[in-house]
Design a protein around this ligand. Structure first.
Ligand SMILES: Nc1ncnc2c1ncn2[C@@H]1O[C@H](COP(=O)(O)OP(=O)(O)OP(=O)(O)O)[C@@H](O)[C@H]1O
Ligand SMILES: [Mg+2]
Ligand SMILES: [Mg+2]
Length: 525
């Protein structure tokens, strides 16, 4: 009885401490030595700006645009900051930010508020950006990294406006401004300085990307600019307090981010080892040189003159509203992984489906996008999950990859692949014919039913109840390949595959490989 009580208490204690299980009593992570910089500890904190995947902008009902669309085509008078225009908050943006906060175990504030952050730059028509620096939408929380099981704590999640895009034309000495992006919704997700290596920072961003996509909040693409990271880096001697941070801006891939952190770490160590101090700076990253460069020092940093926005009332969220969103939350990556393996998929197969899913574009305003996991779920309904995953990963994804196409180009409807699998399972067509049929559907972008196509392409399995046809093809194969026959008779059973292949060729892929093997076996005895 006592033992049971103890283990119950231990479990409770463990659960209570789970978010902080890699920390000491001061809430800090235990320092680990890294061979690349012995004696030093690296500290990274990341500010992520994720574009909210909403149809409309944050405070106007103008459509959001993609990079590459006609410049200045999606701009309302509010987005251009014409005098007299007023903001109206888009509830879809709030909903997607709340989903994100729930997924990050963050406390959603029943009252949050909007501030103006002032600075003058060509990409900011109003001269200020509306943000939530002082009373953010959500505070606290953590993201669990699958590799190593580290929890990165979240400081806060705030809603804010995106800026316009300015491009410098050096030859003509002009700056061109495209207001399409101005006023689109962003979430700033600020992490605590909890990461301890460039690789861990990379894991954090990748895990966050997958989470944002799974809840439908953002496309989360660094390459396309829908996810932008400001990375804060500092170093300190092991066991000492954190050093001075430098913030690196404008990194457009996870790979460059890890390279930038590594080079920044060595720069800090070099400064400190030569007896200098690290000045707090904002820095850029030169991809060609793989090193960071100074943009501005802390002293030059602008005074943003924050003030509450007088045109926007506080944002009040009721517990009922938050509960309603909690109940309609899409499945998070960790839960998907668990569910798929419980369905009988190997971890590797689950990873393949989820990696394909992670690369997808999400739907607008939280609508489900065209995901590989959702496709698989419906394909597996009423069918064997293993059969479904084999067809989906090896055949469908395999054939698409061979054509250098991705799952978002997939022309095979769920109905078509389902029917095709059922035809193979009920031996209406052979597995080989099924693959041929799939290749035909993909290459011709055919929308016809697989049964009709199988008839047109003469792929329907032969009705050979007494096995006369199979026997005939087997005898022909034996006659055509005497050398192989000798080898099989001498006990080299691997060569049997060549005979089976020959029969398949003679039958146009319509013979059943199992039947062929047994008939060949009988004839060669
Ligand atoms: N010593 C440190 N080393 C590395 N990162 C740090 C350190 N101290 C703080 N950070 C990180 O720096 C970031 C600070 O972001 P925050 O948005 O609060 O402020 P900011 O960068 O001053 O403002 P802005 O949003 O205008 O860029 C956080 O992600 C935090 O974890
Ligand atoms: Mg910030
Ligand atoms: Mg910052």
């Amino acid at each position: 009885m006592i033992i049971r009580q103890c283990s119950w208490r231990a479990r409770q204690f463990q659960q209570l401490w789970r978010p902080f299980n890699f920390r000491n009593l001061h809430g800090q992570r235990e320092a680990l030595e890294d061979k690349r910089w012995p004696g030093w500890e690296v500290v990274v904190g990341i500010e992520v700006h994720a574009q909210i995947k909403s149809r409309r902008k944050l405070f106007s009902d103008t459509r959001t645009s993609r990079p590459g669309e006609t410049p200045n085509a999606f701009v309302s008078s509010y987005d251009a900051a014409l005098p007299g225009t007023l903001p109206t908050l888009n509830p879809k943006c709030v909903e997607l930010a709340v989903r994100t906060a729930l997924a990050l175990n963050s406390q959603i504030q029943s009252r949050s508020a909007f501030d103006r952050k002032h600075y003058f730059y060509s990409d900011l028509p109003a001269g200020y950006q509306i943000t939530q620096r002082y009373a953010p939408l959500a505070q606290g929380g953590y993201l669990r990294l699958p590799q190593g099981g580290v929890n990165v704590r979240i400081t806060q999640i705030q809603l804010e406006q995106d800026t316009a895009k300015s491009t410098l034309d050096a030859r003509r000495r002009v700056t061109q401004v495209d207001l399409n992006r101005a006023g689109s919704g962003l979430m700033e997700i600020v992490s605590e300085p909890d990461m301890r290596s460039p690789e861990e920072a990379g894991d954090y961003v990748r895990t966050l990307q997958a989470m944002l996509r799974s809840v439908g909040a953002s496309d989360g693409s660094m390459e396309l600019g829908s996810l932008r990271c400001d990375v804060n880096v500092s170093v300190n001697k092991l066991g000492y307090p954190h050093g001075t941070r430098c913030e690196i801006k404008n990194l457009n891939s996870v790979k460059f981010m890890t390279v930038a952190i590594t080079s920044e770490v060595f720069r800090h160590i070099q400064l400190l080892e030569s007896g200098q101090t690290v000045p707090q700076e904002t820095r850029g990253f030169d991809e060609a040189k793989a090193e960071t460069f100074k943009l501005r020092s802390k002293e030059d940093s602008p005074d943003y003159r924050y003030m509450p926005d007088p045109n926007l009332p506080p944002l009040l969220l009721s517990p009922e509203y938050i509960d309603c969103i909690r109940k309609s939350m899409p499945e998070l990556p960790e839960a998907t992984r668990r569910r798929l393996t419980r369905m009988g998929l190997t971890e590797q197969e689950a990873e393949v489906l989820m990696a394909v899913d992670a690369g997808r574009e999400v739907g607008f305003d939280g609508e489900p996008g065209k995901g590989a996991v959702a496709y698989f779920d419906r394909l597996a309904q009423g069918r064997n999950a293993r059969t479904a995953v084999n067809w989906m990963t090896h055949e469908l994804l395999g054939q698409l990859a061979a054509r250098k196409e991705t799952f978002s180009d997939n022309p095979v409807s769920l109905g078509q692949l389902g029917e095709l699998i059922d035809m193979v399972q009920s031996s209406k067509i052979t597995g080989t014919s099924g693959k041929t049929l799939l290749r035909h559907i993909i290459s011709h972008r055919s929308t016809a039913s697989p049964l009709t196509l199988a008839q047109e392409l003469s792929l329907v399995a032969i009705s050979d109840d007494d096995g006369v046809l199979v026997k005939k093809w087997c005898s022909e194969a034996i006659e055509a390949l005497p050398e192989e026959v000798d080898k099989v008779r001498q006990g080299n059973l691997k060569v049997m595959n060549r005979l089976v292949g020959k029969v398949m060729q003679l039958s146009g892929g319509r013979a059943n490989a199992g039947d062929v093997r047994s008939v060949l076996g009988e004839l060669l005895q």
